[in-house]
Design a protein around this ligand. Structure first.
Ligand SMILES: Cc1cc2nc3c(=O)[nH]c(=O)nc-3n(C[C@H](O)[C@H](O)[C@H](O)COP(=O)(O)O)c2cc1C
Length: 441
């Protein structure tokens, strides 16, 4: 349900999320209260830059190479304009869509974002609560900061998908998917575009990768198969690993790793965790199993054996790969270039959306992401054939600035602008959005 602080007898309450949001904001303004996070997308990013550590902001905001794909993702929206169409009675508007066999209240999804503890200590818990309060499904990342079971406990009514990074251990993959199913996830999203970690310029300049500090590996350290791999590694004779120079930063990193490794040591004191070889072995094991560059289309059949949930492939950009996903019997396609974090000067997702939508021809749902910054962007993607649109960085910025409230405001603002844009385009339902709503430039 979409929540609002507007009183139930307020006429705005029956006029959709846009009127409720505007009413909430302007009414609070009378008492001098401003929104917790900037509404403008660029101002939101700026505020996040100020709120986050240099490392956290670089990790969230950064892309691959010279970040030309990030810029292209945004520029692609500039090739389309939304036609205004007045005098069509748009007093009642329906944002609902069919997705994975269920009618959803909105056409929005939250994309999986790893290591959200860098933005806020409540990380995925805060994001899940905000998403659930707005009826927006949340895609839990394989690199989350809390185990999926904990998120499920905190938001039993929230709709969740689980995103898998296909690791080098099939036993681990199977275990993660079984846990996702047991904890109420509705679908598995297999991310395909990160089989090699992108050349992330900002992170390289800061020499900072959160996983090497034990961050963003909570789905692993809480997994029985992974725990066994870690114990085996810790027990094996050591090969001489390159030493780390002991500096205050190295000591701080060791403390973080020890804390994050607590699930492996039985949650002992910090001193115990620092002494135990397991937390560091967990980081090393993770770095070993994380990526599987040898994966091929033929391997996907295994995922079918591991889960009975629908499987969506994330990271599809080439229309031929969309076709291959259909041929492989997948249940959904997630068009994404990882927000420009993988290949520099790659293909902007919006540019390929129409071709892919044509190939898919409604046979499976299409999730779209990379570059969505507001409701008008979402309208354009939906009109070009997306079934649902996924929001990424903006909600991480909201999280960093104002925790759960920040995420809720960011998502609410996108929905409100989407609702207004739909109505001003003369339409009363997301289902009516098609190419006719747009002018190409
Ligand atoms: C900080 C950050 C972490 C991410 N972590 C993941 C992840 O764990 N799994 C995944 O499939 N995609 C991940 N992505 C990619 C997003 O799911 C999504 O594709 C991307 O953010 C879309 O681009 P946009 O945020 O610029 O709109 C991450 C993106 C960012 C910015």
């Amino acid at each position: 349900m979409v929540t609002s602080s507007v009183a139930p007898d307020d006429p705005a309450a029956s006029r959709g999320i846009s009127r409720r949001t505007q009413s909430d904001i302007y009414r609070a303004g009378i008492s001098g209260t401003k929104p917790a996070v900037p509404v403008d997308a660029a101002a939101l990013e700026d505020a996040a830059r100020r709120a986050l550590s240099a490392e956290a902001f670089a990790y969230v905001a950064g892309g691959a190479g010279a970040e030309r794909t990030m810029a292209a993702n945004r520029a692609a929206f500039g090739h389309w304009q939304v036609w205004p169409r007045p005098l069509r009675d748009v007093a009642q508007r329906d944002l609902g869509v069919e997705f994975l066999g269920t009618t959803r209240p909105t056409p929005l999804l939250l994309a999986p974002l790893g290591v959200m503890e860098m933005a806020h200590a409540d990380a995925d818990l805060a994001v899940a609560r905000a998403a659930a309060s707005l009826g927006v499904p949340y895609t839990l990342s394989n690199q989350a900061s809390f185990p999926m079971e904990r998120v499920a406990r905190e938001t039993p009514l929230g709709s969740r998908l689980f995103q898998l990074y296909w690791s080098a251990s099939d036993d681990l993959n199977r275990s993660l998917l079984a846990r996702a199913e047991a904890s109420g996830c509705e679908a598995i999203v297999v991310t395909l575009d990160t089989h090699l970690l992108g050349w992330r310029t900002r992170d390289l300049d800061l020499a900072y990768l959160p996983f090497t500090r034990g961050m963003g590996i909570a789905q692993y350290t809480s997994d029985p198969v992974f725990q066994q791999l870690v114990r085996e590694r810790a027990a094996a004779p050591k090969s001489a690993a390159p030493g780390v120079r002991v500096t205050p930063k190295a000591v701080a990193a060791a403390v973080t790793i020890a804390r994050k490794g607590a699930p492996l040591t039985g949650g002992g004191s910090l001193r115990d965790n620092l002494r135990s070889p397991l937390p560091r072995a967990a980081v090393e094991t993770f770095l070993d199993v994380f990526s599987t560059p040898s994966l091929t289309w033929g391997d996907l059949a295994k995922a079918r054996e591991w889960t009975s949930l629908p499987i969506i492939l994330k990271g599809i950009v080439h229309p031929d790969d969309a076709q291959a996903a259909l041929d492989a019997g997948m249940d959904g396609i997630w068009i994404s270039n990882h927000g420009g974090r993988q290949i520099d000067q790659s293909v902007p997702t919006l540019d390929v959306l129409p071709d892919i939508a044509e190939r898919v021809a409604g046979r499976v749902p299409i999730v779209f992401d990379s570059g969505v910054r507001g409701g008008a962007d979402a309208v354009i993607a939906l009109a070009l054939g997306a079934t649902v649109v996924a929001l990424g960085r903006p909600y991480a910025y909201g999280l960093g600035i104002a925790g759960e409230t920040g995420v809720r405001e960011v998502v609410r603002n996108v929905l409100a602008e989407l609702d207004i844009t739909l109505g001003l385009a003369g339409l009363t339902a997301v289902a009516q959005l098609d190419r006719g709503a747009l002018r190409s430039v």
